[in-house]
Each structure stands twice: as C-alpha cells, then as structure tokens.
Design a protein around this ligand. Structure first.
Ligand code: C2E
Ligand code: MG
Ligand code: MG
Length: 528
C-alpha cells in the first residue's frame, strides 16, 4: 500500500515537474508577447501624437502669420498672402477671413467666400483666442467634412483625415480628440471611438480583454490621441516566443521529471531491497559491550543492526530512516530481538546479570506490540525481563501520550528503559519531566568535547549530576580515550560504551570478549 502511494506521489511529482516548467515557459512567452505588443502600440501612439502636433503647429503658425498681414482682410494683397500660406503649409487646405459665423473670403473660395457661406458656432473656444469647428460641411458640397481653426478673424481649414493618416499594416486604430470636450474630431476608419475615449479616461484599462490601448497627450492645446488594437495581433511574434518558452519548459521539465523518477526508482529499489532483506533474514546484529567504568567489567551490550549486502556493510544510519518512513522498521526491530535471543539466549540464561539493550523506533513506542513480541519471545526461555532493555531516542517521544504509556508498560513488565542520545534533542529536559525512565545514555557528541575548551565540554558532567538527582543511571556513549572514561567516572557516570573498550562485533566475537574479560556479577539492574 505504502509502495503504491509512493509510486502515485512520485508520478504526480514527475508529471508536475514536467508540466509546470512548460506552463511557466508558455506564461513567460505570453507575458513577453504582451509586453512587446504594448511597446509597439505605445510607439504607434507616439507617432500619431507627433503627426497631430505637426498639423496643429502648422495651422497655428499659419494663423499667427495671418494675424500679422498688413493688408485689409479680403483685399487683393490679403488674398495673395492667403494663397502663399496654403502653399507654404501643406497641412493647411485653405486659409481665409471670417466674421462671426460668416465666411468672408479664402484662398480657395475667392474674395466672395463662395457668397459668404455661414458656418456653425465653434465647438471649442480656447482661452488664448483660438476657436475650433469640427465636422463643418464641405464648402464644395462634398460629403467629406472639414475642420477649421480660427484666430483673430482669420481661419485655416484642415482635413481631419490627415490627423490619422498613418501608414499601418496592422489592425491598429487611432483617434484624435479634444480632452476638454471629449469630442473626437478624427479617427481611423472602423475605430470604436467611444471605447477608445473610455480607455483614455480609464488609464488605458478596460474590462474588455480583447483590445489593448495606449494614449498620449500632445501638449498642444487640449489635443490627445488614443491608439488601440485587438489583443493577439502579436500572434505572429508570439508564436516563436511560445515555441521558445515551450521548448525551454520541455527541456527543464524533462530534466526535472527524470530526476524525480530516478529518485523514485532509487527509493523503490532501496525499499524493495530492504523488503527482500527482511524476507531473507539478511540483517545481522553486532554487539557493543557496555562496561562498568569503576571496574571495567562488561555488564551488557547494545544490539546494533547490520545489513550485509553483497559483501558490503550498509550503515544503519542509511537504512533505518528509510525503514522508518516505509514502516518496515518494526519488522527490523522484531528480527533484531529474534537474532539476539537466538545468538545470546543460552548465555543470557547462564549469566542472569548480563543484559542486551535493543534500539526501538517511534512506531515501537506507539503501542505495546513490541512488548508483546518480547514477552512471547522470552516465555519459557529462563531469560529475565531485565536482561532485555529498551533504548528509545527522543524522536520516539513525539506522540508523548502513547510513548509514555508504552514506556510505563515496558517498565512494568521488567524491561528497563534508556533514553538514547540524551541531550541532542530540543526537549530532553521536558522529556525527563514527563517520562519515567531508568537510564540516560549521554550522546557521543558530549563525550567528544570532554577535555576541550568548547562550551559544551562540561555538558556531560552536568547530565551526570542531573541523572544523580533524578536517581537515574548513566551510560556514556562513544568513549574513545581513557581520559574521557576517567573524567566521566570521577563525576559519577557508572557505565560507558565506546571504542576504548570494544567496537560493536558479531555474537561470536562478543562471547569471546566476555570470556576473556571480567564476568558480570548478579547485581540488580537499574530501575528495578
Ligand atoms: P546509537 O543507538 O546511538 O548507537 C551508537 C552508535 O555509535 C553505533 O553506531 C556505534 O557503533 C557507534 N559507536 C559506539 N562507540 C563509538 C565510538 O567510540 N566511536 C564512534 N565513532 N562510534 C561509536 P551504529 O551501529 O552505526 O548505529 C548508528 C545508529 O543507528 C544507532 O545509534 C541507532 O540510533 C541506530 N540503530 C542501530 N541499530 C538499530 C536497531 O536495531 N534498531 C533501530 N531502530 N536503530 C538502530
Ligand atoms: Mg542506541
Ligand atoms: Mg546513541
């Protein structure tokens, strides 16, 4: 079941590893295409604004010039000047004089102003004396409307279409309008001028997701331009970007997915090998003597699991965490006990003071399952419960209530309980308060610093002192030097374990070690 969940999880992870970079690539390509689209539209709006500026500057310059003409309006001299002006300023289609709403004369219409045509009220009056008329009927009767700009009794006639006369291969629209009146006086054919005005007033943002907008204020009078284009116009440019993004996503995604799948196969294979090792009893146990520091005699041993695979010894530090995550650890604990009883059982019966401590994991502390396994294993063997001891690390105490009950059950059944690697967790002291145990195993890291100047060098002696106060016994782990053993003994640590005395060894070696050394006396085990 766990294996199936792992496969499902990793497959999901691999699929995500493949898809996410691709999606990211597409997203980035789209964002880049949008950015380019905006930039191009802004450049187009700039060009439109420059054109509007140019036409308006020509018209106003012409009007200023006209205001300075010394001849009487509509006189022959004046008319000559009008013709000169329409010739000089190409954007000015006609120039003439006007009185109120009556067209008096112009370069194109002659001195009679085509019999003094009338034109409507100006639709804009500037503060600086300028008037503007848009959509004025064409004096020649054509449907093509004109616009006029007037100043001090003179006017120029402009073609609104020239304001939007921009060569554009794209489907971009432009509209030129008066910001004070919001009147659009020129727009490219097909432009949705109302939508463009709304976009201008909305800072170029509209709920309409189909168009992009860019606007510019020309700086000449109340003149502004808005450019718009349907979104996705950049599709041509976006396609190579999309392909690039997809390709980059595909490459990195494939790489990631490959890594995830490799990890899965490694994990599955190690977990699979672990399962096979369990079925074929490939685990062996080595025993590391625990000695009484005062006398140097061996009082017991710690059972340390070993996995011999193809002539290679795999460290428990490598496979125990994996076995914990796959749930195979409880089967390993059972096999360790089974091996201990098979290899040392008769010796334990003949040496009732000798003991073996077994490392248990969090799962073993959650229930009394392992206690039942021990009880069944010991039944009828003559081995005393106190000869099988339990080493629990603080990792096993996370489910505090369950662990506390299980520890109490072990102790009630006569199995002393040790806190292993004491002092390395974050809550060692609080565990002491909440869990009743028999022995503290001082972690090797605190033994290593003995005699050094390091701040932690005196931690070991403090743990010993505290253990005394709490009436707990102490085993110091990882003693490698005689000075460490002496220091610990002087401070009251009763037991030690480490390479100074002996390394962990197979059962035969341990039995030889026992027969050579001082045999343990039948002293009551700690905590009983
Ligand atoms: P641990 O229970 O703290 O075991 C002590 C570790 O320190 C052992 O490593 C031992 O070989 C090593 N050691 C002892 N004296 C010295 C010394 O003087 N110097 C040095 N450098 N090392 C020393 P090992 O056997 O590699 O085990 C590592 C850890 O794996 C154990 O730490 C224990 O947490 C876990 N482990 C081992 N066997 C079992 C088992 O059967 N079940 C469970 N759940 N965990 C186990
Ligand atoms: Mg241990
Ligand atoms: Mg330890």
């Amino acid at each position: 079941m766990k294996r199936r969940i792992t496969i499902a999880l990793f497959t999901l992870l691999a699929a995500m590893a493949l898809l996410l970079p691709m999606l990211l690539g597409v997203q980035l390509a789209q964002r880049e295409a949008n950015r380019r689209e905006h930039r191009q539209l802004q450049a187009y709006a700039d060009t439109a604004a420059q054109l509007a500026q140019r036409i308006t500057v020509q018209a106003t310059t012409a009007l200023f010039e006209m205001a300075r003409i010394p001849y009487e309006r509509c006189s022959p001299g004046y008319m000559t000047q009008m013709r000169r002006i329409t010739f000089t300023y190409p954007d000015v289609r006609d120039a003439g004089a006007q009185d109120g709403q009556v067209r008096l004369c112009s370069a194109l219409l002659g001195p009679e102003g085509l019999r003094k045509q009338r034109f409507p009220e100006p639709d804009w009056r500037g503060h600086n004396g300028f008037d503007a008329w848009s959509d004025v009927p064409n004096p020649f009767g054509s449907r093509h409307k004109v616009m006029l700009l007037g100043f001090q009794g003179n006017y120029v006639s402009l073609d609104p279409a020239s304001y939007v006369d921009l060569a554009d291969p794209g489907m971009r629209h432009v509209a030129v309008f008066n910001t004070e009146t919001s009147h659009v006086f020129a727009a490219s054919p097909g432009a949705d001028t109302q939508q463009m005005l709304d976009a201008f007033h909305n800072g170029n943002h509209l709920p309409d997701r189909d168009h992009v907008f860019a606007s510019r204020i020309t700086g000449i009078g109340p003149l502004a331009v808005v450019a718009s284009m349907p979104r996705g116009q950049m599709l041509v440019a976006w396609r190579p970007l999309l392909l690039g993004g997809l390709a980059a996503g595909l490459v990195s995604g494939t790489l990631l997915a490959w890594l995830v799948l490799r990890l899965l196969s490694q994990r599955l294979s190690l977990a699979g090998q672990l399962q096979q090792a369990l079925q074929q009893h490939e685990f062996t146990v080595h025993y590391q003597p625990i000695v009484e520091l005062a006398s140097g005699r061996c009082v017991g041993a710690e059972a340390l699991v070993r996995w011999q695979q193809d002539q290679q010894l795999i460290s428990p530090d490598l496979f125990i965490p994996l076995a914990e995550s796959t749930g195979q650890i409880t089967a390993i604990t059972d096999q360790v006990l089974e091996t201990v009883l098979a290899e040392l059982g008769s010796h334990l019966v003949s040496q009732p003071a000798l003991y073996v401590s077994i490392n248990v994991c969090a799962a073993d502390l959650r229930t009394t399952r392992f206690l039942q396994v021990i009880t069944r294993g010991l039944a009828g063997t003559g081995i005393r419960p106190a000869q099988i001891r339990i080493e629990a690390t603080e990792r096993g105490f996370l489910d505090a209530e369950a662990a506390s009950n299980t520890i109490a059950a072990f102790r009630a059944a006569g199995h002393p309980v040790y806190i292993d690697d004491f002092g390395t967790g974050y809550s060692s002291l609080s565990y002491l308060q909440n869990f009743r145990v028999d022995v503290l195993k001082i972690d090797k890291s605190f033994v290593d610093t003995i005699g050094q100047d390091a701040a932690s060098s005196s931690v070991a002696s403090h743990i010993v002192a505290m253990a005394h106060t709490l009436q707990l016994q102490v085993v110091a782990e990882g003693i490698e030097h005689a000075a460490q053993a002496q220091y610990l003994q002087e401070r009251g640590a009763q037991y030690g374990q480490g390479w100074l005395f002996a390394r962990a060894m197979p059962a035969a070696g341990f039995l030889r070690y026992l027969s050579q050394g001082t045999t343990a006396q039948a002293t009551p085990p700690p905590g009983t």
